[in-house]
Ligand binder design. Structure first.
Ligand code: AHM
Ligand code: MG
Length: 326
């Protein structure tokens, strides 16, 4: 039999090595518990008839699925019990939710179940989170933080039992769930340089709605790489981290029905784009928006702000950045 190092063991060593507090351990333990709980509900969801829609529409104007609501409640429950979280931003709640305003140390931004169109099919979805820290030395600062201020960000790909997390200046690591429901076997993720495995991931049906220069870039470059698209950011980005390449969700500016244009892109900055951008940076990659500006430098003006996103291997993202800026 072979036994592997658990995530908690890994994290304890990491905290010790970097001289960090145990508060963060408590927070990570809560996220871990939440993910396992969501994973359980998701795995049994089809049997129990939980993979359908509720009668409500969320803050993004999208139909809310039962699993979205369940996942949101689960995450809130576990984060609250830590007594370490000041307040959270969840994709499933219009307003910021205060949890432990006085004693908390962290802000958590999360999407409890990203990629909802996969839910009805039992296919992979993501639980994505970013964490920033309270200003402990001065007056309480702003909760709307740029990704470069996050101290950690990660994603669970549910129900595959994989978990990827990045710590500020300390790398991106992937774990797998074992038979005891522990996340184990840390593997450091570094984007491969060998371009023969690289993949491009985007919604190809949207291509004629992109800016002309992006369409031209695709015409010139896409044949060099394989194409993969699952339709759930966590799953698509999970592949890019392993194989290298680029995930993109460009601005929609040429839709035949102008009302369907999305000049600010579709994905949310704080709990989708900044989360994957943070993990990508720690794995040696980069991410930009439609202006070619680094995603991690964008200061959010509102907590559900959207952005276009180009994220992945540096040479590819740099190449498209030159086009975006040109
Ligand atoms: P959601 O938060 O409503 O689930 O939407 C986010 C998802 C991402 O996971 C995915 O990358 C993207 O939307 C897919 O969008 P599309 O269906 O337009 O290709
Ligand atoms: Mg989402």
């Amino acid at each position: 039999m072979q036994f592997e190092q658990t995530f908690m063991n890994f994290l304890l060593h990491h905290q010790e090595k970097h001289n960090r507090t145990y508060h963060f351990l408590i927070l990570m333990d809560a996220l871990m518990s939440a993910a396992k709980h969501i994973e359980h509900y998701y795995l049994t969801g089809a049997l129990k008839g939980r993979l359908g829609y509720t009668d409500t529409v969320n803050v993004q104007g999208e139909d809310v699925m039962q699993m979205d609501e369940i996942a949101h409640e689960i995450v809130i429950h576990y984060l609250k019990t830590t007594r370490r979280v000041i307040h959270v931003v969840s994709e499933e709640a219009a307003d910021i939710i205060p949890l432990n305003v006085e004693s908390g140390r962290y802000f958590v931004y999360f999407d409890p179940l990203d990629g909802s169109s996969n839910v009805a099919h039992g296919l992979p979805v993501g639980f994505l989170f970013g964490i920033a820290k309270r200003n402990l030395d001065g007056p309480e600062d702003f909760h709307l933080r740029a990704g470069k201020d996050y101290i950690a960000a990660g994603m669970f790909v549910i129900p595959t039992g994989t978990f990827t997390v990045a710590f500020k200046d300390a790398g991106t690591w992937r774990f797998h769930i074992d038979e005891t429901m522990n996340y184990v076997k840390p593997v450091q993720m570094i984007l491969p340089e060998n371009t023969s495995s690289w993949e491009l991931s985007f919604n190809s049906a949207n291509r004629y709605t992109y800016a002309e220069k992006i369409q031209q870039w695709l015409d010139q470059n896409e044949k060099k790489h394989a194409f993969r698209y699952l339709g759930a950011l966590a799953g698509d980005f999970h592949r890019i981290l392993g194989n290298g390449g680029m995930f993109m969700y460009p601005a929609i500016v040429n839709h035949p029905n102008p009302k369907k244009n999305r000049p600010d892109g579709k994905l949310r900055l704080m709990y989708e784009a900044s989360v994957v951008a943070f993990m990508c940076k720690e794995a040696g990659g980069t991410a930009v928006d439609e202006k070619g500006m680094p995603i991690l430098d964008i200061n959010p003006e509102s907590h559900h702000q959207r952005t276009a996103l180009y994220v992945g291997s540096k040479p590819l993202v740099d190449d498209i950045t030159a086009v975006l800026k040109g």
